[in-house]
Design a protein around this ligand. Structure first.
Ligand code: NAD
Ligand code: TDX
Length: 335
């Protein structure tokens, strides 16, 4: 089944906007309706350059059932990225996470049920909790849910709602759980852009705890191509894990950035650890590769980091106004 008119929730955020650009560039004839509340993490400029006849932008909230009744009947599918997405924010104030991630997903599922709309839910590997550093295991679709943070517990809750709406009401739904994304337009509160923009601003990068926590990095365009395959060819009711075998600990990632930006390897500060900080994430994406033939293409982390650094250097106006506020918030929590 191929969809030529899709709603993308959260399409003005980091991954959502990269997905919209990817669809416009790679899938001729597809029209996208972005539904986005433009929170602190959403930016209308993230969609600049997309031809007007291929994009409709709706400024609104996924919790607004009446608005969903207006726009969902026109669409063949909903691809649901909208979320409160930052762990540290969820520790400081979980409430918006429960509202957007749990209630918002519920509202969208109700709209999909009412209008018979295909639903693809974007989720995270964090729902599985964490792995030990010396554990050879990786997450699979069978790994039990064990979320640690307010953020990941609301994402786990939303996944459960999707599974229930599929099984009980027959909503045509798939879920993908992806590892840590990086690339252009990622908010500067997140690890890689925070360190790059610190260096560009003359500030020292900040590393939490002992720096040995491992994340499994994937370029955002590889996430987009996987989501497209699952949306169009995935089996309804199934979960697919998305990952590109990119495990690396935070200290190595930071030292890589320092090197690429001409700094010495110790030009950073060790700061207070994140409460409940997950130790390691690692994805086994063999189901996606086997069933749908998907493969990542942006497999050089060095090239991906170089182009991310270039993007933040070339687009200072995109992030400079938010920088002092983001850093003031981190300073309050000793990070
Ligand atoms: P982001 O914070 O950059 O963007 C979120 C977008 O959602 C913003 O445009 C925001 O305005 C919008 N939004 C928030 N609340 C809304 C609401 N109530 N109604 C409508 N729009 C709303 O997030 P991101 O990093 O791009 O993550 C996108 C999705 O991918 C999330 O569901 C996240 O859980 C998931 N995910 C992220 C990663 C990652 O590494 N960043 C990895 C795996 C999964
Ligand atoms: O300044 C920092 N220093 C630091 O050491 C920041 C912001 C983070 N860190 C560490 C914490 C993590 O171990 O870097 C790692 C990555 O941190 P984040 O960018 O906050 O990502 P993470 O918490 O791993 O979650 C991300 O991946 C999964 C996304 O934000 C989630 O939305 C996604 O679900």
């Amino acid at each position: 089944m191929s969809f030529d008119d899709i709603i993308v929730t959260g399409g003005a955020g980091f991954i959502g906007s990269n997905f919209v650009h990817w669809v416009i560039d790679n899938q001729p004839g597809v029209h996208v309706t972005v539904l986005d509340a433009l929170t602190y993490a959403g930016n209308r400029d993230n969609l600049v350059g997309i031809p007007g006849d291929r994009l409709t932008f709706v400024h609104g909230d996924i919790c607004d059932a009446a608005l969903l009744d207006d726009i969902v009947p026109e669409a063949g599918a909903i691809v649901h990225f909208a979320a409160e997405s930052h762990n540290d924010n969820s520790i400081a104030d979980p409430e918006p996470f429960v509202r957007t991630n749990v209630e918002g997903t519920y509202r969208l599922l109700e709209a999909a049920r009412k209008h018979g709309t295909r639903f693809h839910h974007i989720s995270t590997d964090e729902v599985y909790g964490d792995l030990a550093l010396d554990d050879p295991a990786r997450f699979t679709e069978e790994t039990p849910y064990h979320p640690s943070s307010p953020y990941s517990s609301t994402k786990a809750s939303s996944d459960m709602l999707v599974r229930a709406w599929h099984r009980t009401y027959g909503v045509e739904a798939t879920i993908s759980n992806c590892s840590n994304n990086y690339g252009p337009r990622q908010h500067i509160e997140k690890f890689i852009p925070r360190q790059i923009t610190n260096i560009l601003s003359g500030l020292r990068p900040k590393l939490y705890g002992d720096g040995r926590n491992v994340r499994d990095w994937i370029h955002v365009d590889d996430h987009s191509s996987a989501v497209w395959e699952i949306l169009n060819r995935g089996r309804s009711g199934e979960t697919y894990l998305i990952g590109a075998d990119g495990e690396c600990d935070n200290l190595h990632v930071l030292r890589h950035i320092l090197e690429l930006m001409g700094k010495s390897p110790d030009d950073f500060d060790w700061v207070r650890d994140r409460p409940g900080h997950d130790r390691r994430y690692a994805i086994d994406s063999s189901k996606l590769r086997r069933e749908l033939g998907w493969e990542p293409v942006h497999t050089s982390f060095q090239e991906g980091l170089e182009s991310a650094i270039q993007w933040y250097a070339d687009n200072k106006s995109w992030w400079e106004t938010a920088k002092s506020e983001v850093e003031a918030k981190y300073a309050q929590s000793g990070q």
